[in-house]
Design a protein around this ligand. Structure first.
Ligand code: DX5
Ligand code: ZN
Length: 236
Protein backbone atom coordinates (compact mmCIF):
# COMPACT_ATOMS: atom_id res chain seq x y z
CA UNK A 1 0.00 0.00 0.00
CA UNK A 2 1.17 3.48 -0.84
CA UNK A 3 2.31 5.74 1.99
CA UNK A 4 1.17 8.78 0.01
CA UNK A 5 -1.80 10.19 1.94
CA UNK A 6 -2.66 12.80 -0.69
CA UNK A 7 -5.08 10.62 -2.70
CA UNK A 8 -7.12 9.91 0.45
CA UNK A 9 -7.15 13.64 1.31
CA UNK A 10 -8.25 14.57 -2.20
CA UNK A 11 -11.03 11.95 -2.12
CA UNK A 12 -12.15 13.27 1.26
CA UNK A 13 -12.44 16.74 -0.33
CA UNK A 14 -14.75 15.28 -2.95
CA UNK A 15 -16.84 13.58 -0.27
CA UNK A 16 -17.35 16.90 1.51
CA UNK A 17 -18.73 18.56 -1.64
CA UNK A 18 -22.40 18.45 -2.52
CA UNK A 19 -21.66 18.92 -6.21
CA UNK A 20 -18.44 18.54 -8.17
CA UNK A 21 -18.23 19.21 -11.89
CA UNK A 22 -15.40 17.22 -13.44
CA UNK A 23 -14.30 18.40 -16.89
CA UNK A 24 -13.64 15.38 -19.10
CA UNK A 25 -10.23 16.11 -20.62
CA UNK A 26 -11.08 13.94 -23.64
CA UNK A 27 -12.22 17.06 -25.48
CA UNK A 28 -9.52 19.48 -24.33
CA UNK A 29 -6.77 20.96 -26.48
CA UNK A 30 -3.87 18.57 -25.88
CA UNK A 31 -1.54 20.90 -27.72
CA UNK A 32 -2.05 23.32 -24.83
CA UNK A 33 -2.51 20.98 -21.91
CA UNK A 34 -0.87 23.25 -19.33
CA UNK A 35 -3.00 26.21 -20.45
CA UNK A 36 -6.17 24.10 -20.43
CA UNK A 37 -5.54 22.88 -16.86
CA UNK A 38 -4.73 26.43 -15.76
CA UNK A 39 -7.95 27.76 -17.34
CA UNK A 40 -10.01 25.11 -15.56
CA UNK A 41 -8.31 25.79 -12.22
CA UNK A 42 -8.86 29.52 -12.71
CA UNK A 43 -12.62 29.03 -13.02
CA UNK A 44 -12.68 26.99 -9.81
CA UNK A 45 -13.17 23.39 -10.96
CA UNK A 46 -12.61 20.95 -8.11
CA UNK A 47 -11.43 17.81 -9.96
CA UNK A 48 -10.52 16.51 -13.42
CA UNK A 49 -11.76 13.39 -15.25
CA UNK A 50 -9.38 11.54 -17.56
CA UNK A 51 -10.75 9.06 -20.11
CA UNK A 52 -8.39 6.22 -21.00
CA UNK A 53 -9.53 4.13 -23.98
CA UNK A 54 -7.75 1.18 -25.57
CA UNK A 55 -9.47 0.78 -28.96
CA UNK A 56 -10.63 -2.65 -27.80
CA UNK A 57 -13.01 -2.32 -24.84
CA UNK A 58 -14.39 0.74 -26.66
CA UNK A 59 -14.01 1.63 -30.36
CA UNK A 60 -11.79 4.63 -29.69
CA UNK A 61 -8.21 5.22 -28.58
CA UNK A 62 -7.11 8.06 -26.36
CA UNK A 63 -4.12 8.17 -24.03
CA UNK A 64 -2.47 6.39 -21.13
CA UNK A 65 -0.09 6.91 -18.23
CA UNK A 66 2.09 9.70 -19.75
CA UNK A 67 -0.88 12.09 -19.97
CA UNK A 68 -2.05 11.25 -16.45
CA UNK A 69 1.50 11.88 -15.25
CA UNK A 70 1.66 15.18 -17.15
CA UNK A 71 -1.65 16.39 -15.69
CA UNK A 72 -0.48 15.34 -12.21
CA UNK A 73 2.57 17.56 -12.58
CA UNK A 74 0.32 20.47 -13.58
CA UNK A 75 -2.21 20.39 -10.74
CA UNK A 76 -3.02 19.31 -7.20
CA UNK A 77 -6.70 18.73 -8.12
CA UNK A 78 -8.11 15.23 -7.61
CA UNK A 79 -7.59 13.14 -10.76
CA UNK A 80 -10.43 10.76 -11.54
CA UNK A 81 -9.17 8.27 -14.12
CA UNK A 82 -11.82 6.34 -16.07
CA UNK A 83 -10.32 3.17 -17.54
CA UNK A 84 -12.25 2.04 -20.61
CA UNK A 85 -9.78 -0.74 -21.22
CA UNK A 86 -10.22 -4.50 -21.47
CA UNK A 87 -7.39 -5.44 -19.10
CA UNK A 88 -7.11 -2.86 -16.30
CA UNK A 89 -5.54 -5.37 -13.89
CA UNK A 90 -2.32 -5.16 -15.85
CA UNK A 91 -2.05 -1.36 -15.52
CA UNK A 92 -3.51 -0.25 -12.19
CA UNK A 93 -0.18 0.12 -10.44
CA UNK A 94 1.21 2.21 -13.29
CA UNK A 95 -1.83 4.51 -13.25
CA UNK A 96 -1.56 4.85 -9.46
CA UNK A 97 2.13 5.70 -9.82
CA UNK A 98 1.26 8.20 -12.56
CA UNK A 99 -0.84 10.12 -10.04
CA UNK A 100 -4.45 8.91 -10.27
CA UNK A 101 -6.46 9.51 -7.08
CA UNK A 102 -9.39 7.40 -8.24
CA UNK A 103 -9.19 4.56 -10.76
CA UNK A 104 -12.50 3.45 -12.23
CA UNK A 105 -12.87 0.10 -13.97
CA UNK A 106 -15.84 -1.26 -15.91
CA UNK A 107 -18.22 -3.95 -14.70
CA UNK A 108 -18.31 -5.35 -18.27
CA UNK A 109 -14.67 -6.47 -18.48
CA UNK A 110 -13.93 -10.19 -18.62
CA UNK A 111 -12.16 -10.38 -15.29
CA UNK A 112 -12.97 -10.46 -11.57
CA UNK A 113 -13.87 -6.81 -11.11
CA UNK A 114 -14.34 -7.08 -7.32
CA UNK A 115 -10.81 -8.36 -6.95
CA UNK A 116 -9.46 -5.51 -9.10
CA UNK A 117 -11.34 -2.92 -7.02
CA UNK A 118 -9.75 -4.36 -3.87
CA UNK A 119 -6.32 -4.31 -5.54
CA UNK A 120 -6.84 -0.63 -6.40
CA UNK A 121 -7.72 0.16 -2.77
CA UNK A 122 -4.60 -1.66 -1.59
CA UNK A 123 -2.60 0.82 -3.68
CA UNK A 124 -3.94 3.56 -1.40
CA UNK A 125 -6.24 5.22 -3.94
CA UNK A 126 -9.99 5.22 -4.57
CA UNK A 127 -11.64 2.41 -6.53
CA UNK A 128 -14.49 3.19 -8.91
CA UNK A 129 -16.94 0.84 -10.61
CA UNK A 130 -18.46 2.00 -13.93
CA UNK A 131 -21.62 0.48 -15.35
CA UNK A 132 -22.69 0.90 -18.98
CA UNK A 133 -26.28 1.89 -19.87
CA UNK A 134 -27.15 -1.67 -20.93
CA UNK A 135 -25.68 -3.37 -17.84
CA UNK A 136 -28.01 -4.42 -15.01
CA UNK A 137 -27.01 -4.01 -11.36
CA UNK A 138 -28.13 -7.52 -10.56
CA UNK A 139 -25.10 -9.71 -10.00
CA UNK A 140 -22.85 -6.72 -9.24
CA UNK A 141 -23.61 -6.59 -5.51
CA UNK A 142 -20.11 -7.65 -4.39
CA UNK A 143 -18.44 -5.19 -6.74
CA UNK A 144 -20.70 -2.31 -5.67
CA UNK A 145 -19.98 -3.21 -2.07
CA UNK A 146 -16.22 -2.99 -2.72
CA UNK A 147 -16.08 0.33 -4.58
CA UNK A 148 -15.53 3.83 -3.21
CA UNK A 149 -17.21 5.40 -6.24
CA UNK A 150 -20.07 4.15 -8.40
CA UNK A 151 -20.17 5.58 -11.93
CA UNK A 152 -23.44 5.31 -13.86
CA UNK A 153 -22.71 5.78 -17.57
CA UNK A 154 -25.41 7.82 -19.29
CA UNK A 155 -23.96 7.15 -22.76
CA UNK A 156 -22.30 4.13 -24.31
CA UNK A 157 -18.64 4.90 -23.56
CA UNK A 158 -16.21 5.76 -26.34
CA UNK A 159 -16.99 9.27 -27.48
CA UNK A 160 -17.90 12.68 -26.12
CA UNK A 161 -20.91 14.63 -27.37
CA UNK A 162 -23.53 11.86 -27.25
CA UNK A 163 -27.14 12.20 -26.04
CA UNK A 164 -27.96 11.52 -22.38
CA UNK A 165 -29.55 8.15 -21.62
CA UNK A 166 -31.79 8.41 -18.51
CA UNK A 167 -31.34 4.72 -17.69
CA UNK A 168 -28.41 5.87 -15.51
CA UNK A 169 -30.76 7.75 -13.18
CA UNK A 170 -32.55 4.67 -11.94
CA UNK A 171 -29.21 3.01 -11.15
CA UNK A 172 -28.05 6.04 -9.20
CA UNK A 173 -31.28 6.07 -7.18
CA UNK A 174 -30.93 2.41 -6.32
CA UNK A 175 -27.29 2.65 -5.27
CA UNK A 176 -27.91 5.87 -3.30
CA UNK A 177 -30.72 4.21 -1.38
CA UNK A 178 -28.55 1.29 -0.37
CA UNK A 179 -25.28 3.19 0.17
CA UNK A 180 -26.04 6.68 1.49
CA UNK A 181 -22.37 7.71 1.73
CA UNK A 182 -20.84 6.24 -1.43
CA UNK A 183 -19.48 8.65 -4.05
CA UNK A 184 -21.93 8.60 -6.98
CA UNK A 185 -20.88 9.88 -10.38
CA UNK A 186 -22.55 10.25 -13.76
CA UNK A 187 -20.78 10.49 -17.13
CA UNK A 188 -22.15 11.21 -20.59
CA UNK A 189 -24.45 13.86 -22.03
CA UNK A 190 -24.43 16.03 -18.89
CA UNK A 191 -25.47 19.58 -19.74
CA UNK A 192 -27.75 22.33 -18.43
CA UNK A 193 -30.83 20.26 -19.25
CA UNK A 194 -29.74 16.97 -17.64
CA UNK A 195 -27.58 17.88 -14.64
CA UNK A 196 -30.40 18.58 -12.16
CA UNK A 197 -32.03 15.20 -12.85
CA UNK A 198 -28.67 13.53 -12.15
CA UNK A 199 -28.38 15.45 -8.88
CA UNK A 200 -31.94 14.50 -7.90
CA UNK A 201 -31.07 10.84 -8.54
CA UNK A 202 -28.19 11.06 -6.07
CA UNK A 203 -25.10 11.99 -8.09
CA UNK A 204 -22.63 14.43 -6.55
CA UNK A 205 -19.92 14.04 -9.20
CA UNK A 206 -20.82 15.21 -12.71
CA UNK A 207 -18.48 14.49 -15.61
CA UNK A 208 -18.85 17.06 -18.37
CA UNK A 209 -17.15 17.08 -21.76
CA UNK A 210 -18.80 18.94 -24.62
CA UNK A 211 -20.90 21.23 -22.40
CA UNK A 212 -17.59 22.78 -21.23
CA UNK A 213 -15.07 22.26 -24.04
CA UNK A 214 -17.61 23.13 -26.74
CA UNK A 215 -18.00 26.57 -25.14
CA UNK A 216 -15.65 29.54 -25.60
CA UNK A 217 -15.80 30.59 -21.94
CA UNK A 218 -15.18 27.76 -19.45
CA UNK A 219 -16.18 29.91 -16.48
CA UNK A 220 -19.57 30.68 -17.98
CA UNK A 221 -20.06 27.04 -18.97
CA UNK A 222 -19.26 25.74 -15.46
CA UNK A 223 -21.29 28.57 -13.90
CA UNK A 224 -24.35 27.72 -16.02
CA UNK A 225 -24.16 24.09 -14.90
CA UNK A 226 -23.74 25.05 -11.25
CA UNK A 227 -26.67 27.44 -11.53
CA UNK A 228 -28.87 24.48 -12.47
CA UNK A 229 -27.79 22.86 -9.21
CA UNK A 230 -28.44 26.00 -7.20
CA UNK A 231 -24.72 26.26 -6.37
CA UNK A 232 -23.00 29.61 -5.95
CA UNK A 233 -19.94 30.32 -8.07
CA UNK A 234 -16.74 30.49 -6.02
CA UNK A 235 -14.88 32.17 -8.91
CA UNK A 236 -16.25 34.18 -11.84
C1 DX5 B 1 -17.49 8.90 -22.74
C2 DX5 B 1 -16.51 9.47 -21.74
C3 DX5 B 1 -16.98 10.76 -21.18
C4 DX5 B 1 -17.15 11.85 -22.22
C5 DX5 B 1 -18.16 12.85 -21.73
O1 DX5 B 1 -16.97 7.75 -23.27
O2 DX5 B 1 -16.35 8.56 -20.66
O3 DX5 B 1 -16.21 11.18 -20.08
O4 DX5 B 1 -15.99 12.47 -22.59
O5 DX5 B 1 -18.40 13.78 -22.74
P1 DX5 B 1 -19.83 14.49 -22.92
O6 DX5 B 1 -20.09 15.29 -21.68
O7 DX5 B 1 -19.66 15.31 -24.14
O8 DX5 B 1 -20.86 13.38 -23.08
ZN1 ZN C 1 -15.43 9.18 -18.66
Amino acid sequence: MSTDTKPRQRIERLRQSRAVILPSMLLCDFGNLAAEVARLEAVGVQALHLDVMDGHFVPNLTYGMPIVEAVRRLTDLPLDVHLMIANPRQYIRQFADAGADILTVHAEIEDNVTEILQDIQRLGIGAGLAVNPGTELQGLEAAIDSCDLFLAMSVQPGFGGQAFNPVALDKLRRVRQQYPTKLLEIDGGINQKTIADARDAGATLFVVGSAIFGQPNYGQAVGALEAQLGEQRAVD
